[in-house]
Design a protein around this ligand. Structure first.
Ligand SMILES: Cc1cc2nc3c(=O)[nH]c(=O)nc-3n(C[C@H](O)[C@H](O)[C@H](O)COP(=O)(O)OP(=O)(O)OC[C@H]3O[C@@H](n4cnc5c(N)ncnc54)[C@H](O)[C@@H]3O)c2cc1C
Ligand code: FES
Length: 509
C-alpha cells in the first residue's frame, strides 16, 4: 500500500546539484525522472535512495539520518542509505538505490543499482528446520528475515488464524472505517510464502510443546519436530460476559475475521457501544463514527488513556472524540443488556445495535508455561530473546525482555516491537548472538491526529509538555527521578525519532 508522497519534487538529480547544497550529514529531496529520490551525505560519500517509505509511503526526506541509515518520520522504519534495504520494521521491502558520481564539485545521480542478495549470517551449525508458532507480526517478520538473510533450511509457520499474516493495526483504523480495501490487509500475498518456501499452515493450533524432544503437538494430533523454535503467539482479547447479552452481540477485534464480522454488523446498524477507552476502543470508536454510526464509549476510568498518556493528553483525546460526536460514559461499566439497551453501573442506559469490547488483551503464554519455560507476566527472555530453554526464542506480545533504556524487564503490546523482535530473533535462530536494543515504539490514529510514543513508562513522577497539546503540536516527556522514560508526540516526528535514538543509546536525558 502506498499513500502520502506522490509525484516528484525538487531538483533533477540526473542533471547534478552542487556539493555545497549537501553539507556533511545533510539530506536533500530531488528527483530522477518522475521518481522522488533522497540524497544524503556522510563524509565524502553521497547516497541516493528512493524517498518514499515502502510501509505507507512516508516521506523519508522528512526523516532522521542516523549514520548510514534514514528513519521514516511516520512509523520509524529504518532504511540503509547504502543499499536501500529496509533494515528495521515496519517496512519490509527495500527502496531503490542509485549510483552517484561526484565531478567538479557537483553530484550526479546515475543508474539504478541492482539489489545485492543479503549474506548468509551463519554457515556451520545452521538449524535444518525452524518452526514459528504464530502467524502475526513477530512470526511473519522472523520468517521474512530468515529468507532475506539467505537461510536455506525449512521454515514452518503454524498459525491458529484462518488468514495469512495481516496488517493488524489497520483493522481498527482505515479498514474498519471503510477507507482501506481488504486487499491492503495481508502483509504479503499468498505467492510470497510459496516463492520463499515458507510452509505457512493456517488454522493450525499448537497444543503442546516438548522442550526435551523438540516436538510440537497440534490440535489435529499431528506432531512436528523442530531444530529451533520461535514462540510468537501474541495476545487474545478479553471477552466480557454481560448478563442478557448474547455472544453474537459483543464483538472483539484481533483478527481479520473479527474485523469482517464488525463491518458486516455495522452495515445495518445505527448505534454502537464501545467498551473500553484505551487505544483499540477509541480507534474503533473513531472508525465507526466515520461510518456515521452513533458511538457511546463506556469505561471505568475518569479520563481516557490516562494510565498510558497522563491526564492532559487523555483530556485532549477525549475532547477530540467528543468533537467528532462520540459520547463518553466514564466511571461506568456495562452491567446488563436488555433488548438493545445497555444498562450501566451508574444507573444510566444506552441504546446499541451491537457492542465492541476493547477492554484489554491477555498474552497467550499457556503453551510456554505448560512446557516449563519461565513465565512472569509474559514469557521471560534474555537480551537475545531466548527463553529459559536453549534454542527456543519468544517475541512479540508474549515476550518480557530486559529493556535497555528503562533498565526494567518489560512486555509491551506494540506492532513495531513485535516485528523488530521477530527480525532479531531470526538472526539468533540462525545461530547469531544479537541483542535486542530497539526502543519500544507505537503509534495510534484518531481521526486526523496521530500520536507517536517511544520508550516505556509504567509510572512517572513528572510530565513535561513542550508545545501545545490542544494545538496538536507537542512533545510530552514522562519522567521519573529526573530521567525521561518515554516521549509522546503529536506533529513532532523528528523529535520523536531523536528520542528513539537517544533511548537506544541508553541516554534519554
Ligand atoms: C485492532 C488492533 C489494532 C492495533 N493497533 C496498533 C497500533 O496502532 N500500534 C501498535 O503499536 N500496535 C497495535 N496493535 C497491537 C499489535 O497488533 C500487536 O502488538 C502485535 O500484533 C503483536 O504481534 P505478535 O506477533 O506478538 O502477535 P499477533 O500479531 O497477535 O500474532 C499471534 C499469532 O499467533 C497465533 N497463535 C496463538 N496461539 C497459537 C497456537 N497455540 N498455535 C498456533 N498459532 C497460535 C495467532 O493465531 C496469531 O497468528 C493493534 C492490535 C489490534 C488487534
Ligand atoms: S510510512 Fe514509513 S514507517 Fe510507516
Amino acid at each position: 500500500m502506498a499513500e502520502g508522497q506522490t509525484g516528484a519534487a525538487g531538483p533533477d538529480l540526473a542533471q547534478g546539484v552542487s556539493l555545497d547544497e549537501l553539507p556533511d550529514g545533510g539530506k536533500l529531496l530531488g528527483k530522477v525522472g518522475e521518481e522522488p529520490v533522497l540524497l544524503a551525505r556522510q563524509g565524502a560519500e553521497v547516497f541516493a535512495i528512493g524517498a518514499q517509505c515502502t510501509h505507507y509511503g512516508g516521506p523519508l526526506a522528512d526523516g532522521l539520518i542516523v549514520g548510514e541509515t534514514v528513519r521514516c518520520p511516520w512509523h520509524h522504519a529504518c532504511f540503509s542509505l547504502r543499499t536501500g534495504e529496509a533494515l528495521h520494521a515496519p517496512a519490509f521491502s527495500p527502496v531503490d538505490s542509485w549510483g552517484v558520481e561526484q565531478r567538479n564539485g557537483k553530484i550526479f545521480v546515475r543508474e539504478k543499482k541492482t539489489p545485492v542478495p543479503a549474506l548468509t549470517r551463519t554457515t556451520s551449525g545452521t538449524p535444518k528446520r525452524i518452526v514459528i508458532v504464530g502467524g502475526g507480526a513477530a512470526g511473519f517478520a522472523a520468517a521474512e528475515m530468515l529468507r532475506r538473510k539467505s537461510y536455506e533450511g525449512e521454515i514452518v509457520i503454524l498459525s491458529s488464524d484462518e488468514a495469512p499474516p495481516v496488517d493488524r493495526p489497520n483493522l481498527s483504523k482505515d479498514y474498519l472505517a471503510g477507507n482501506a480495501p481488504e486487499d491492503w490487509i495481508p502483509l504479503r500475498p499468498g505467492e510470497f510464502y510459496r516463492d520463499n518456501r515458507i510452509d505457512l499452515r493456517l488454522s493450525a493450533t499448537v497444543e503442546r510443546l516438548d522442550v526435551e524432544s523438540h516436538e510440537l503437538t497440534l490440535l489435529s494430533g499431528e506432531a512436528l519436530r523442530f531444530d529451533r523454535l520461535l514462540l510468537a503467539t501474541g495476545a487474545e482479547p478479553v471477552r466480557p460476559t454481560i448478563p442478557g447479552a448474547s455472544p453474537s452481540d459483543i464483538f472483539v477485534l484481533r483478527s481479520l475475521a473479527d474485523g469482517r464480522a464488525i463491518i458486516e454488523r455495522a452495515k445495518a446498524a445505527k448505534r454502537a457501544v464501545v467498551l473500553g477507552a484505551s487505544f483499540i476502543g477509541l480507534e474503533v470508536a473513531a472508525s465507526l463514527r466515520t461510518r456515521n454510526i452513533d458511538v457511546s464509549v463506556v469505561a471505568p476510568e475518569a479520563t481516557p488513556m490516562e494510565r498510558v498518556l497522563g491526564g492532559e493528553m487523555g483530556e485532549f483525546v477525549r475532547a477530540l472524540h467528543e468533537e467528532h460526536g462520540v459520547v463518553f460514559h466514564l466511571g461506568a461499566t456495562a452491567t446488563a443488556v436488555d433488548e438493545g439497551t445497555v444498562r450501566l453501573s451508574d444507573g444510566s442506559t444506552v441504546k446499541a445495535d451491537f457492542i465492541v469490547a476493547g477492554i484489554g488483551v491477555r498474552p497467550r503464554v499457556g503453551l510456554a508455561e505448560a512446557a516449563g519455560l519461565k513465565v512472569d507476566r509474559g514469557v521471560v527472555v534474555d537480551a537475545f530473546l531466548e527463553t529459559t530453554a536453549p534454542g527456543i526464542f519468544a517475541a512479540g506480545d508474549i515476550a518480557r525482555w530486559p529493556d535497555r533504556a528503562s533498565r526494567e524487564a518489560v512486555r509491551v503490546e506494540h506492532w513495531v516491537v513485535a516485528e523488530r523482535q521477530g527480525q532479531l530473533a531470526a538472526l539468533n535462530l540462525m545461530g547469531g548472538r544479537e541483542r535486542f536494543t530497539a526502543s519500544p515504539f507505537f503509534w495510534s490514529q484518531h481521526y486526523d491526529v496521530q500520536i507517536n510514543y517511544v520508550g516505556h513508562a509504567e509510572r512517572w513522577d513528572e510530565i513535561a509538555v513542550d508545545g501545545n497539546i490542544d494545538a496538536k503540536d507537542c512533545l510530552v516527556r514522562y519522567k521519573r527521578g529526573g530521567r525521561t522514560l518515554a516521549v509522546a508526540s503529536i506533529s513532532r516526528d523528528l523529535a520523536s525519532l531523536e528520542a528513539e535514538v537517544a533511548f537506544e543509546r541508553g541516554a534519554p536525558g
